[in-house]
Ligand binder design. Structure first.
Ligand code: AMP
Length: 394
């Protein structure tokens, strides 16, 4: 069943509480990338056009101490939002509860916005404190969930508020994420190929496990591939390895058979540095003292061959240390090969692979680049996302 969305809700003249993800990167108090604010605009503009009284909530950074509060004041987002919406009155409420907030919300006119201070100023936010969720919910008539980056967390602003507001639905950003990730992971067109990279087996094994149930092939690259190689008896030199995951890797190799596709060669370096001496070795024969930092040319060809004709591709995690140009080629080639597939649904599951695709200039060639690293990873693991589960079905 599909979830209610903002379009199914009666918002005219109503106080609409929206959980956004305005957790933007900053340097010296200045926003360095406003993408998350821009991504929230479709829902906000829809609410303005439909005469809602809009109350926005978001967290920003981690807040443990008074110093963190000063560092993570959400006012900078209100300033940017006002610049992006010059026709709209955007006010900032510097507190998260009390008469000042209540008055600002009560005095809102249709089509106006109040942005509430960083939700994490409240200790109860991360604990989904019942009283806090009820209090925030009491400020509005309708709730819209549009913070994809936070829906995997059961917090007061993501779960507490909608638990206490019957009229609720997804915003456009979360709706698109759920639709695209759902199409790719839950109702994939076959052949379905998943590519999982990144540094650690421990952080990706649940994704591998879930995707092995759904995909026709699961390609493994990046740092985690060396643990699989060592589990098969390979010599991996000083490459990244999790020795406590060797048994687990063996288990997966046995149960998955040729569904798992591993690198056959690797770019090796004599130190973890851009200016290292570089060579190529077979995946199972890395000399002592050398470490694998990217997949090799034969692996690129193997992965490209595996991708040929795929109708669904999900990609999470780089194939090597793509931050250093000397070890970015594998990730670049894989990214290019996915982006060139015809008639395929291609989805990047956030985090580093999204950054890599952007850095390499391929991001707009994918069907969907997820905005939430943690949330899309948990979706791909087959986990329930509490901030979405709580929203009413149509
Ligand atoms: P993850 O957050 O698990 O997706 O991991 C991403 C990180 O894995 C990136 O910072 C990469 O530099 C790193 N990585 C990828 N391949 C390797 C490798 N062969 N050795 C060490 N780190 C790697």
């Amino acid at each position: 069943m599909a979830k209610m969305t903002v379009k199914d809700l009666d918002v005219a003249g109503k106080k609409v509480l929206v959980r956004c993800d305005f957790n933007v990167p900053r340097k010296d108090g200045k926003i360095t990338d406003d993408n998350r604010i821009v991504m929230a605009l479709p829902t906000i503009k829809y609410l303005i056009e439909n005469n809602a009284k809009i109350v926005l909530f978001s967290h920003l950074g981690k807040v443990k101490t008074e110093e963190d509060k000063a560092k993570n004041n959400l006012e900078c987002v209100a300033v940017r939002l006002q610049e992006l919406l010059p026709e709209t009155k955007v006010s900032f409420c510097p507190v998260t509860r009390g008469p000042e907030l209540e008055e600002m919300v009560a005095n809102l006119n249709e089509g106006e916005i109040v942005l509430v201070q960083n939700t994490r100023y409240e200790k109860g936010e991360s604990k989904n404190d019942e009283e806090l969720g009820k209090y925030w919910a009491s400020l509005g008539d309708v709730f819209v969930e549009d913070a994809f980056g936070s829906v995997h967390r059961a917090h007061a602003s993501t779960v507490g508020i909608p638990s206490n507001i019957k009229e609720n639905g997804l915003g456009f950003l979360v709706e698109k994420e759920v639709t695209m990730l759902g199409k790719a992971v839950d109702e994939p067109a076959h052949p379905f190929v998943a590519i999982i990279g990144g540094s650690k087996v421990s952080s990706k094994i649940d994704v591998v496990d879930n995707l092995l149930k759904k995909a026709d092939k699961v390609i493994i690259g990046g740092g985690m591939a060396y643990t699989f190689s060592k589990a098969m008896g390979g010599k991996i030199g000083s490459s990244l390895v999790e020795d406590d995951k060797l048994e687990l890797a063996k288990e997966y190799l046995e149960k998955a058979g040729d569904k798992l596709v591993l690198p056959v060669d690797t770019v090796i370096a004599d130190k973890f540095a851009e200016d290292a001496n570089v060579d190529v070795a077979d995946m199972d024969n890395i000399p002592d003292g050398w470490l694998g930092l990217d997949i090799g040319p034969k692996s690129v060809e193997l992965f490209k061959e595996t991708l040929k004709g795929a109708k669904t591709v999900v990609w999470n995690g780089p194939m090597g240390v793509f931050e250093m140009p000397a070890f970015a080629k594998g990730t670049e080639e894989v990214c290019k090969a996915i982006s060139e597939l015809e008639d395929a649904i291609t989805v990047i599951g956030g985090g580093d692979s999204a950054a890599a695709a952007k850095q390499l200039g391929y991001a707009d060639k994918f069907s969907h680049v997820s905005t939430g690293g943690g949330a899309s990873l948990e979706y791909m693991e087959g986990k329930v996302l509490p901030g979405i589960a709580i929203i009413n079905e149509k």
